[in-house]
Ligand binder design. Sequence first.
Ligand SMILES: [Ca+2]
Length: 365
Amino acid sequence: MKRIFRILFLLIVVASLFPGCQKIRRDEPGDNKKPVLFDSDMVESFDDGVAFMIMLGSDEIEIKGLTTETGNAWAQESLAYGIRIGELCGGKDLTYVPGAQYPMRPGRLDSLNGEIDANPGENASYRGAVSYDEVSDWKSFYTSRYKRQPEIKPSSEDASEYIARQILSAPGQLTILAIGPCTNIAKALAAHPEIASKTKEIIYMGGAVWCGGNTTAYAELNFLYDPEAAAVCIRAPFPKQTLVSLDVCNTVKMDRQRFMDIYQSIDDEDIRELFRNNYAYQLFEDDPSATQLVWDLISAVIAIDSGIITGYKDVRLDVDDVPGSPEYGKVYETQASSRQVVRVPLQIDQKKFWDIVTSRLHPGN
Ligand SMILES: [Ca+2]
């Protein structure tokens, strides 16, 4: 028996002398990680904030920076939320880049409320940033909200330039998680059209292809905020596009039990506070039988494991980007060969989805 161990030991010593025998060490930082750029109209927990937390908790993902833009919240406000989550959930070393405070077309936000009033969608009462006063300075917002000084200093680079630089520095490698109105990405594409083909993949949350919109009867909130940006992105020749639209989002509902299980699994009181600040917490306080959609969380989990998609269609898509059109901001199927083929998930494995969310949600650890 001792002889067998001696032979094994010798074999190991000999093998270690040949570099070709040394396998890639999978546990080294940076090894085999999927680089993902996180472009978001960040909020404190549901839904962008939790999407950010689970990406931070995913060992196989390397977040290549957070760029913020106006949608759910103002871009400067989103930056403050992102920085606070980063401080609490292991993201202090990431790059945080304040992005577009306004959509691509000057004055676009001026008509937004009128468009919703004229053709209200099922969730027309929720209008994101335009329903309250503009937040124009992330730092004063941060210090006032959290009663402390931020530990993270954001980048001073323009977000669209930052995005283009990240793509061009690693051609074919980067996945973009586009869970805001896409303004930063569209501006990057406008200035550097070559970045589309050099991106690995873009995964959006946006649009409603075969179902009604949530904000207007036709359009979903992200694409309604900046229809021009959504159109620029959807038409760009990315090698792969996945659109997590309301068609699949409407099938995944979080109930109070699920929310409370997640909330109560969190030990850190500062992170719990982010959840208590969130509309979902109040919703379930007021109505225990309510359910809540989780939109961006689906896109984030698909970026982690696209195997959760159990049904989809690959179709050419376009976006109505004609101001004044009643369907302004609507994404629709087209036969035009000049438009790109986009994967639209229609069904996901919900058990696997929630398993990934809860297993990656290790905030504060
Ligand atoms: Ca979002």
